[in-house]
Each structure stands twice: as C-alpha cells, then as structure tokens.
Design a protein around this ligand. Structure first.
Ligand SMILES: Cc1cc2nc3c(=O)[nH]c(=O)nc-3n(C[C@H](O)[C@H](O)[C@H](O)COP(=O)(O)OP(=O)(O)OC[C@H]3O[C@@H](n4cnc5c(N)ncnc54)[C@H](O)[C@@H]3O)c2cc1C
Length: 305
C-alpha cells in the first residue's frame, strides 16, 4: 500500500510507513529472478542485491529502462532520464547478473531454479475500439528511431501522457492538436505542475480541443464529435454543420493516441513459478507512475527473507 502523502518518486524510503530497522533481516542469501528491467525491476534488483541475495535480472529489450527509455528522446524529461540512467548505473555496480535481449518464459524459471521470482513486466498500450485506429501510432512509438511522423499531428487523448508528448512534439517542430473527450486536459495531474504544463502548451501553440470525442481515424486525419470543434474552426461535414453536436474533420499528417495502458499478462510465468514465491510489482499490477513502481520494487526485495 503506497502512502501518497509526502512520498518520493525516486527514493523508496522517503516517508516509508515502517521504519527500516523493523524489516527482518534475511535468514540467508536467496536466488532471486527478476523479470523486467524497468524502474520496478531495477529497484527490486538493487535492493535485493544490497540485502545479500544473488540476483538475475532478465530483460527482453536490448537495454534496461523499461518505458523510461522514451526519456532518451523526449525534449522535456531530462530529470526522469537522469533518474533512469542512475538506476541503470546502480544495477551495473552491483553483482546483479543482467541478461538483456532475453524474454523470460516458463523455461527460464525452470532453468534458473530461483528461490523467489519477481515479475515486473510492465504494461502495453490499451488499443481503443476507434474506427481506423490502425492508422494511428501509439504515443510511445513517437520516441522510436525512424518513426514516420508528419508535420501536422493530432493527438487523441489529452491525459498527462498525451499532453506531455504533445509538448515534446511541438518543441521538436510539429504542429499539434489535442483531442480530449473530457472538459479538462491532464486531468490526473494537479496544482502548479498542471498549470505550468498548460501554460507551456499554450505558449508553444498546441491547439487543445476538449469535450471532443474522436470517432474515426483515417490516413488523412480524424473525425471528432464536438460542439466546440465547430466554434473553433474545424471543418464540419454536412451532418455536423448547424448542429450542436456534429462530426467535424481535423486534417493531420499523423495521428497519435495516448489512451491508457493495460497490464502485461503474467499468468504463464506465475503458473510456471508453481510453489516458488512469486510477486508482481509495478505497472504489470496496475499501470501507474514511477513512484509506485520504485516503492513496490523496494518492498518486494525487502520482503525476501
Ligand atoms: C508515454 C508515457 C509517459 C510517462 N511519463 C511518466 C512520467 O513522466 N513520470 C512518471 O512517474 N511516470 C510516467 N509514466 C509511467 C511510467 O513509465 C511507468 O509507471 C513505469 O515505467 C512502470 O515501471 P515498470 O518497471 O513497472 O514497467 P516498465 O517500465 O514497462 O518496464 C517493464 C519491462 O519489462 C520488460 N519485460 C516485459 N515482459 C518481459 C519478459 N517476459 N521477459 C523479460 N522482460 C520483459 C519490458 O521489456 C520492460 O522493459 C509514463 C508512461 C507512459 C506510457
């Protein structure tokens, strides 16, 4: 259980509800298999190694970092990139056996014969049932090398991930319009950060359409249902013009969607663990933020006795 008041995204012991001395010492050195090298898995590996366990960290990608690898490219996330790099460094300077380019399967568990398995598999994009979604890119694809992104971008989804990526795109020369069905952008954010984010988005010229629902994506743009889109100059089709709520056309060279993530499937690995203690942490439990991933990674390792 994460205490939201006064916790820290990068320091798992900040305001821990339990004093560190109250954690029992491990009875011996255990073989720990950590699957997934995102922030949750890296923190679990670091803490488990510090507690004297023998840790193997298996990551299917070519580098550690998980989702946070997008910060290598993002124009505004230097602090998060530094933190990701710090975690990679801290893993590297411990006796953690890191196996990159290795997707853990049930046979990995059989071969490793660990005493404990920690699953930190992360999440995958939720693909919404919008007509033509196959013409759109997921927000994480934007950060991949060689991503074919055009000049005019419509971002479908104005939550925090959509807004922050829109800002990155605007700062790297794209003309961006955000389409959000709620009446509020970055709704899961609050306070000064949200205010500053919205001001910066306005400053760099991002167009923001709230209360606008994307109903169809085509290779040339998106159709949205919105009363406000008409007032703000989006083209309207026959049906939409003159109506309160109609279908309105937004032209785009690329469409990107940021409509949430869903947990990775862990059931096969859990089944393969059988009687071996197996714990899931981070986004593969529920997609969230770095803070929860770090805290859960730390606690999972502290609880190996
Ligand atoms: C666009 C976007 C922007 C975000 N920005 C922020 C932000 O600014 N601040 C913030 O706090 N949070 C942010 N988040 C959320 C944050 O990135 C996640 O909460 C965090 O990365 C979760 O960490 P994790 O280790 O649980 O999962 P992940 O980071 O997803 O890592 C999971 C790792 O497991 C690996 N893996 C999966 N299956 C296997 C397998 N079978 N074998 C081996 N390896 C496997 C994957 O390759 C991956 O590297 C953002 C998320 C998104 C999508």
């Amino acid at each position: 259980m994460i205490d939201k008041v006064g916790t820290c995204a990068i320091n798992p012991v900040a305001n821990l509800p339990v004093a560190l001395e109250e954690f029992p010492r491990p009875a011996g050195s255990r073989k720990v298999l950590v699957v997934g090298g995102g922030p949750a898995g890296m923190q679990a590996a670091i803490t488990a190694a510090d507690r004297g366990h023998q840790v193997t960290l298996v990551e299917k990608a070519a580098a550690l970092g998980g989702i946070l690898r997008f910060t290598d490219t993002d124009a505004c996330k230097e602090d998060l990139r530094n933190f990701k790099d710090l975690l990679v460094y801290e893993v590297g300077r411990r006796s953690v056996k890191v196996r990159l380019n290795t997707e853990a399967t049930p046979s990995t568990i059989a071969q490793e014969k660990p005493d404990v398995v920690i699953l930190a598999l992360g999440s995958v994009p939720a693909v919404p049932p919008i007509k033509g979604i196959e013409h759109a890119l997921h927000v994480l694809a934007v950060y991949e090398a060689g991503c074919p992104l055009g000049q005019r971008v419509v971002m479908v989804g104005g939550g925090l991930a959509g807004c922050e990526t829109a800002l990155h795109l605007a700062k790297t020369g794209h003309e961006v319009t955000i389409v959000e069905m709620l009446d509020r952008l970055a709704a899961e954010s609050y306070g000064m950060y949200r205010e500053a984010l919205l001001l910066e988005m306005e400053r760099v010229g991002i167009k923001m359409l709230t209360e606008a629902r994307c109903v169809e994506i085509t290779p040339a743009g998106v159709w949205v249902e919105s009363a406000r889109a008409a007032q703000e100059g989006a083209g309207a089709d026959q049906k939409g013009s003159g109506e309160q709520l109609g279908r309105h056309w937004l032209e785009a060279d690329s469409v990107v969607y940021a409509l949430g993530m869903r947990p990775c499937e862990a059931s096969e690995l859990k089944k393969a663990a059988g009687a071996i203690p197996c714990v899931e942490i981070g986004d593969c439990v529920r997609p969230g933020r770095v803070e929860a991933a770090i805290r859960e990674g730390f606690l999972a390792a502290m609880n190996i006795l």
